[in-house]
Design a binder for this molecule. Structure first.
Ligand SMILES: NC(=O)c1ccc[n+]([C@@H]2O[C@H](COP(=O)([O-])OP(=O)(O)OC[C@H]3O[C@@H](n4cnc5c(N)ncnc54)[C@H](OP(=O)(O)O)[C@@H]3O)[C@@H](O)[C@H]2O)c1
Length: 310
């Protein structure tokens, strides 16, 4: 099939070819790699600056990449972030530069160029002590440095007046990169037993699912335009279902077919510099109303594990 009405199935979503050039920032990260694959499938012309070419701690480099394209980019995707949650506790200023100042400069540049900005945020912007899923308009109340810097990034985007989608996600994993699935899969092969915390509840998210679902939202018109985008621009995307880290690890061990004895433990047994949310399930209803149901985390996990990189 050819022509403007042609759609391409990517991760269960029917996506259209991308007519306008796309700027993808955060080149080397886990989510950016998933985005590159999705953009390739929809035949997008993609510009992926390196960290040297677009460094959030050097604002002029950010402006330069956005302005480099005459006529502007139709879509700018920000996958860059300071993601070291524990490290942010000791270096909050440095994390703030990357998670709040950089996105603020990017949003300002996108406002000038008229580009739609897709930006990622996190379940850590919430207090993490709820007992029902966090809706998109729940007030932010981060308890740690990483969450504070990501919340500041969200506020900067909303204040900027640029067209944007802020997409919060949680517990990201992929066949590549540093993530829980690859870590636990390796430990289950190497060790006879393993303890994993069973008192933190959330929603795992396949990075490939997140990228495809994000583009589906963009193509469904979720970015809106101009006034009203501030409130309309916040979304949650994760896999469907919910679990504890222990449930997640046990399923990784099962799918892999390893004989590791995975046992539950408490957060108190493994103290970390940054406090972890006990309950950080993100409510998906707004997203599901726009682009359909999110696939269950066990289905996405099985798919990712069939392609896990060594
Ligand atoms: N991972 C999770 O579980 C999780 C959960 C919730 C939300 N999120 C959010 O999802 C998004 C993607 O996360 P991810 O896991 O794909 O992150 P990631 O793999 O850590 O990638 C982040 C990227 O940002 C780049 N970066 C760091 N400092 C930069 C700077 N000063 N200027 C420009 N780029 C810089 C990194 O480059 P280097 O590698 O060279 O440092 C890396 O390529 C982030 O917004 C994150 O906050 C992630």
């Amino acid at each position: 099939m050819s022509g403007p009405s042609r759609t391409i199935s990517v991760g269960g979503f029917s996506l259209r070819p991308m007519p306008a050039p796309v700027l993808l920032i955060g080149h080397g990260g886990m989510l950016a790699r998933a985005w590159r694959a999705v953009l390739e499938r929809v035949n997008a012309e993609v510009v992926c600056p390196t960290l040297e070419q677009c460094d959030f701690t050097r604002p002029q480099t950010v402006r330069d990449v956005v302005n480099a394209r005459e006529g502007g980019f139709g879509l700018v995707i920000n996958c860059a972030a300071w993601t070291d949650v524990d490290g942010a506790e000791a270096k909050e200023d440095a994390a703030y530069d990357v998670n709040a100042e950089g996105p603020a400069v990017l949003a300002e540049a996108c406002r000038h160029s008229g580009s739609l900005l897709v930006h990622y945020s996190t379940d850590y912007v919430f207090r993490g002590d709820a007992s029902a899923p966090y809706s998109v308009d729940e007030p932010m109340a981060p308890v740690g440095a990483y969450g504070r810097t990501k919340a500041a990034g969200e506020l900067a985007l909303r204040d900027s007046g640029c067209r944007h989608l802020i997409i919060r996600t949680s517990w990201l994993y992929a066949p590549w990169g540093k993530n829980f699935v690859r870590t636990i899969a390796g430990l289950c092969k190497a060790k006879p037993s393993l303890k994993v915390v069973n008192d933190q509840r959330g929603r795992p998210t396949s990075a490939e699912h997140l990228a495809a679902a994000s583009l589906a939202l963009v193509q469904a018109g979720a970015g809106g335009g101009g006034a009203g985008a501030a409130e309309g621009g916040t979304w949650h995307i994760t896999d469907g279902g919910e679990c504890t880290w222990f449930d997640f690890a046990r399923e990784i061990n099962r799918v892999q077919g390893t004989a590791c004895d995975v046992q539950p433990c408490t957060t108190a047994e493994f103290p970390r510099p940054a406090r972890r949310p006990a309950y950080s399930v993100l409510d998906l209803s707004r997203t599901e109303a726009a682009i359909g149901p999110m696939p269950d985390w066990k289905a996405n996990l099985a798919d990712v594990m069939s392609r896990l990189e060594p």
